[in-house]
Write a protein that binds this ligand. Structure first.
Ligand code: ZN
Length: 631
């Protein structure tokens, strides 16, 4: 909804308003449209304004190109107004250095580029300095591809062994290493740091960077993370974590009828890490500001962080062809022209904002501000939408199922994905785009409207056959249950005092809602609307542990876990399992009941099962003992 605007004049003296959209909110208007600047606009068009006038509208940031004096496409009448200052490359370099010192890295990079343009023959040393300095500036403003190219262009021939040569080459290699690290290309980063260290074994920074890079490589190859430490390190201020992705157990392949999909490369059992992925981009709410994205192509408006995600992604891919290629390879809905390689002009990737947005809409994930199941986050969650949104490239390839075989959790910008069920080597990995709690008809409509497909998972197939009268009855009962639960909150201290009539009412509601799931259809499937009332019934019966135990096992069955207890042995069949915190509650209470009746062995087994579900939905066991430890 917001744009940067100014008045512009063409070569005939006609004046119009110009509005540039889809720039990061932090962009300074005077930096984009400074007074007297000459700009080119590709494919300009007029848009009517609210006040009845017209303006020239730019939607795609690379459709707007500032022109430097001397550019041959500037009409002569305009060219006459600006004079090309003849400044030496050395002077421009000094301007760049002073901009760099004042923290204006973008301007610094511009000065170095100007200097490189005017630097003549015989100024090789100066050119190398300029490339090296521009590498440092590019590194600071996230233009990593360019930073590496510049760093390598600045390297002096290795034959020259003078102290100065050595010292500047170390700087260049160090910068190339840092840029490769930021691009998550850790093996390449390590090679650059190693080369820097070869030139000076005592280089402390390079040594520290190698130690850090080796950790990233180990995460990437072995999936060795300390998730508890990771969870403790994530905070509101620090949610972009210094970790790498572990993707070795998955690969992207073609499916029979769903386009591309994500597949496992090895056999996985429940609780196994399937993959761990660092976000491509995450957008968090901007303080109290309300952000609105108006999509003129789909006539949709979204509140929240979608616009920040869009601008952040554009900003990231415009200057990094490698990132652009990875991002633009995702499914965009099929309405856009696709290039094999991103088109790059003057170092910038030509970006279609609408394609970037379409990809984000089809592939984005809602995520918590800091981490999954973060208690401090509950206030914001009550707004009924996730507080942040992001893009995880590998996860984007997973197709949807209402009964996914993996569960995702978030710690900072890391997505941690665990297996729910057995997944054979080569088996397809399914994630949930929408919660199976959403009633079938609405879920089907939303999947179709937003993603353009119909789900054929076991749950949807069963739901499609439920008689209409049962569907209506379930909807009505769900409302009654919600009301009952909100007016009858359980307090563990006075469970023995609950009036019998209330307990009877709860049991009645549970029996009735279970009946809305026809036995023949749901024999192996979860019955999610029974879970919360089921937990209430079970908890309110805790004074009779043997009886309550059966009720908790029923709750687990409603969640799709078929639990059998034989003596001290517990087996859990997860064929219909849906991973929810309710499963942790039910398992831990069932363990308490088992302990109360003297079956400590089965109690421990159920506790360990509950802990497994907790880890899958939280990303780590951090907080488990505090929340669920047996008192
Ligand atoms: Zn489904």
């Amino acid at each position: 909804m917001t744009s940067i605007q100014n008045a512009v004049e063409d070569e005939f003296g006609d004046v119009d308003r110009l509005a540039i959209y889809n720039l990061l909110p932090s962009t300074s208007p005077s930096a984009v449209l400074p007074l007297g600047a000459i700009v080119a606009i590709k494919e300009p068009y007029y848009k009517r304004t609210a006040d009845g006038g017209l303006f020239v509208r730019v939607d795609h940031p690379t459709d707007f190109v500032p022109l430097k004096p001397g550019n041959s496409i500037i009409p002569s009448s305009l060219a006459a107004r600006i004079t090309k200052k003849s400044t030496s490359a050395l002077r421009l370099k000094e301007c760049g250095n002073s901009a760099f010192k004042s923290g204006d890295f973008e301007t610094a990079a511009d000065f170095y580029s100007d200097a490189l343009e005017v630097a003549g023959q015989g100024e090789d040393e100066l050119k190398q300095d300029l490339h090296r300095n521009r590498a440092a500036a590019n590194l600071r403003i996230g233009r990593y591809d360019l930073a590496i190219t510049d760093a390598l262009a600045s390297l002096l021939p290795p034959g020259n062994t003078s102290e100065t040569t050595r010292s500047v080459n170390i700087k260049a290699l160090y910068r190339a290493g840092k840029a490769a690290y930021e691009m998550q290309d850790f093996n390449q980063a390590k090679r650059y740091f190693d080369q820097a260290l070869e030139l000076d074994g005592g280089h402390k920074e390079a040594r520290a960077e190698i130690a850090r890079t080796v950790k990233r490589i180990s995460e990437q190859e072995n999936g060795h993370y300390n998730f508890v430490v990771m969870a403790k390190s994530a905070t509101m201020q620090h949610s972009q974590l210094d970790h790498s992705s572990f993707l070795r157990r998955t690969k992207v392949s073609q499916t029979d009828n769903r386009g591309r999909g994500l597949f496992s490369t090895e056999r996985l059992v429940p609780g196994d890490i399937v993959f761990v992925e660092k976000a491509f981009n995450v957008a968090h709410r901007d303080g109290e500001n309300i952000s609105v994205l108006l999509n003129l192509n789909t006539d949709r408006i979204s509140l929240g962080t979608h616009n920040l995600r869009l601008y952040g992604t554009i900003d990231k891919i415009i200057w990094n062809p490698t990132f652009a290629k990875n991002y633009l390879d995702l499914f965009d809905g099929g309405k856009f022209k696709r290039e094999e390689e991103p088109k790059v002009i003057d170092g910038r990737v030509i970006v279609d904002t609408f394609q970037v947005q379409s990809i984000a809409e089809l592939n984005g994930f809602g995520c918590p501000r800091v981490k999954s199941r973060d208690e401090s986050d509950t206030n914001e969650k009550s707004l009924d939408h996730e507080t942040s949104t992001g893009i995880w490239l590998q996860a984007s390839y997973a197709n949807h199922s209402c009964l996914p075989n993996v569960t995702r959790a978030f710690i900072g910008d890391m997505m941690i994905v665990h297996a729910v069920r057995d997944i054979p080597a080569g088996g397809e990995i399914f994630m949930g785009y929408l919660s199976p709690d959403i009633p079938f008809a609405e879920r089907t409509k939303r999947l179709n409207d937003h993603y353009g497909f119909r789900c054929h998972c076991d749950l949807c197939q069963a739901e499609a056959e439920v008689p209409k009268v049962a569907v209506e009855k379930r909807a009505r009962l769900s409302k009654e249950i919600k009301l009952f639960l909100s007016t009858n909150r359980l307090n563990s201290n006075d469970i023995g005092m609950i009036p019998g009539a209330k307990k009877a009412r709860a049991r009645q509601l549970l029996v009735e809602i279970r009946e809305t799931y026809p036995k023949a259809l749901f024999e192996q499937l979860p019955r999610l609307q029974c879970v919360e009332i089921g937990l209430w019934v079970a908890q309110s019966a805790m004074v009779k542990p043997q009886y309550a135990l059966g009720k908790f096992i029923d709750v687990l069955r409603d969640l799709g876990y078929f639990v059998t207890i034989k003596g001290r042995n517990v087996t859990v069949d997860r064929r219909g399992a849906v991973q929810r915190v309710h499963a942790v509650h039910a398992a831990m209470y069932a363990a308490q009941c088992l302990a109360a009746i003297g079956n400590e062995g089965a109690a421990l087994a159920l506790e360990s099962f509950g802990k497994g579900v907790f880890i899958a939905i939280s990303g780590s066991e951090d907080g488990f003992a505090v929340e669920f430890g047996r008192s």
